[in-house]
Design a binder for this molecule. Sequence first.
Ligand code: KIV
Length: 270
Amino acid sequence: MSIQTPKERSKVTISTIKSMKSIEPIVMITAYDALFAKIFDESVDIILVGDSLNMSFMGKNDTLSANMEIMIYHTKAVCSGAKSALIVLDMPFGSYTNEDIALKNAVDVYRKTDAHAVKIEGGKERANIIKRLCENSIAVMGHIGLMPQFVRSEGGYRVKGKDTQSVNSLIEDALAIEKAGAFAIVVEGVKSEAAKAITKAVKIPTIGIGAGVHTDGQVLVWSDAFGFFEDFKPKFVKEYMSGAKLIREALFKYASEVKKREFPDREHTY
Ligand code: KIV
């Protein structure tokens, strides 16, 4: 276990992440602001500015209405807070509909933020886009399996890799993305054995979410992991704290003390 104290931490680079495959599990979490990014930076390898912010931060039902302006705004905030972790901006729905649009938007990410890489949802059908970005010196993380940006066209959130055909198709996706130049792949909502086969098939690290223990790393959405998002709880989410409950208790205490004129007391008064 090599979680380092903040002072000891060295900058995580694309090469660091690639070198961790099969050696040390990669820890990735989402963040959307500087405050949390600064805390997470102490013990994670990658911070993803996920378009999941559209659900947990903006309160929408899916990720589809996130746009480049929103993603760049939140990435700038995360970059202000995190100094060691590798920062990845999640390219939002509609921002990579063809190679030229993807390149224009990804170049904007590098110009306007300090993010180290972008993430793109899609398998073999988007390998050409990943290739074009990589040829233009933009680091790309792939994302296969359950892809939240395609939830409407696919008719819902469905676990993948349940039969041989599906597993083979996922492996083809992973290999196509690797060949296109991606440095890592998020594998979401995939049966554990399928994720194991994908991880074995590629030389770049796989980072799982709802994909079992055999991937090279794990990612969770922070508001799920810490019990702040209460609308629904997928099976794969482990709550490491009851965030919403703790906030409610603290808020109730603050509100009661204000009502009773117990706050501010002498200690907190000039
Ligand atoms: O948007 C997001 O947070 C993601 C993770 C679930 C991987 O894409």
